[in-house]
Design a protein around this ligand. Structure first.
Ligand code: ADP
Ligand code: MG
Length: 348
């Protein structure tokens, strides 16, 4: 963070649009057998044989979704891909291709976009997806990024938000709240830096949560784990907006209610200590924080022995009849209705 920018600054005008696209994408190769034609024609061509195609898009706007004063461009490239792959994994599908579109103003030199594409390339490599296209255009002010992720799955493997039934167990991967708290730490250090630019922050006590914010990982590994354990969730969603809003989506789409147990919500020790420091309630942070990119899913009770004891999977509640509503059962065993306090992008 706040590291020196690449000293070389090549103006984008020097390359022209086609030169820029060529330069940024020349290192990308097609590795997937389903990628028939990638960058270079009017459209990419894919072949998924007898599998269904899954497509998802997200847009990220500078000043709304990211702040370049503490988000290195390489991380931004990586995260832009992750948030999209996460949606493909939330369908229980395999992510196979992406397209990357961006609008940039001429305040960005070529070297900045190279850094962004380094992050995209790393994500493609680690997650085994091909970059097959995109669009490049100019913007008057900030940077806008839109990534589309494409994946495939057998029809019977796809998991929707609908499909859970009363008595199904509610399960979450990993732990929650870290990404939001990491953002709080970065925002605080940004304010300190504004007052005293010589004050280099020591972020080491917060490295886990800062990484959760700046370099999230989509849970490809969890989709693979569930396949190995022979567990097909009855419903699934990824946690982009916060646990409460995602639970409400599953409940609404499935026509069920839910009891979520406060004492079961998985929290990293750094989340707990940073909540104390910021005088925030860790349950609220997990419920409303967002950007954790974990998977939230429901399973039939009969599948419980298959996931039991796995440190990556935590049962945090169970589904009920719709008429019972959606509730948080607190440590004091009081029942509080869950409302959508999840991150709302129109509130900023
Ligand atoms: P068109 O005029 O048909 O929109 P472009 O000149 O924008 O075509 O793009 C040429 C090729 O480069 C296409 O294959 C397109 O998908 C790809 N492309 C353009 N911009 C990007 C980008 N930012 N990242 C990856 N591929 C890109
Ligand atoms: Mg174009």
């Amino acid at each position: 963070m706040l590291e020196d920018k690449n000293p070389q600054r090549t103006a984008l005008e020097n390359l022209g649009e086609f030169g820029l696209i060529d330069h940024l994408t020349k290192g990308f190769e097609l590795k997937r057998s389903s990628s028939l034609v990638g960058i270079g024609d009017d459209a990419a061509v894919m072949d998924f044989k007898d599998e269904k195609t899954v497509v998802s898009t997200d847009m990220l706007v500078e000043g709304v979704h990211f702040d370049l004063s503490y988000m290195p461009l390489k991380h931004l490239g990586y995260k832009s891909v992750m948030v999209n792959l996460s949606d493909i994994y939330a369908m229980n599908a395999v992510a196979t291709q992406i397209t990357v579109s961006m609008a940039v103003s001429n305040r960005f030199p070529l070297e900045a976009l190279e850094e962004f594409y380094d992050g995209v390339a790393l994500a493609c490599k680690l997650y085994n997806v091909d970059l097959v296209g995109g669009d490049t255009t100019s913007s008057n002010k900030g940077m806008i990024i839109s990534v589309t992720a494409i994946g495939s799955a057998q029809e019977g493997e796809i998991v929707y938000r609908k499909g859970s039934k009363p008595n199904d167990l509610l399960v979450v991967t990993g732990d929650l709240g870290g990404a939001y708290l990491g953002l709080q730490v970065l925002e605080r250090e940004k304010e300190v830096f504004k007052v005293n630019p010589n004050n280099q922050p020591d972020l080491s006590p917060y490295s886990y949560i800062v990484e959760r914010q700046l370099k999230p990982e989509a849970r490809k590994d969890m989709v693979e784990l569930l396949k190995k354990l022979e567990v097909k969730p009855t419903s699934m969603i990824d946690i982009s907006d916060g646990l409460s809003s995602e639970i409400l989506h599953l409940c609404k789409n499935s026509g069920v209610g839910c009891n979520l147990f406060e004492n079961k919500i998985p929290l990293d020790p750094t989340v707990i200590s940073t909540c104390e420091e910021f005088k925030m309630d860790s349950t609220m942070v997990a419920l409303s924080g967002g950007e954790d990119y974990e998977l939230l899913f429901t399973i039939d009770q009969g599948d419980f022995p298959k996931i039991k004891g796995n440190p990556n999977l935590t049962v945090i509640g169970h589904m009920t009849e719709k008429s019972e509503g959606v509730h948080l059962i607190t440590r004091a065993e009081t029942k509080i209705p869950i409302t959508a306090q999840g991150w709302n992008s129109f509130n900023t």
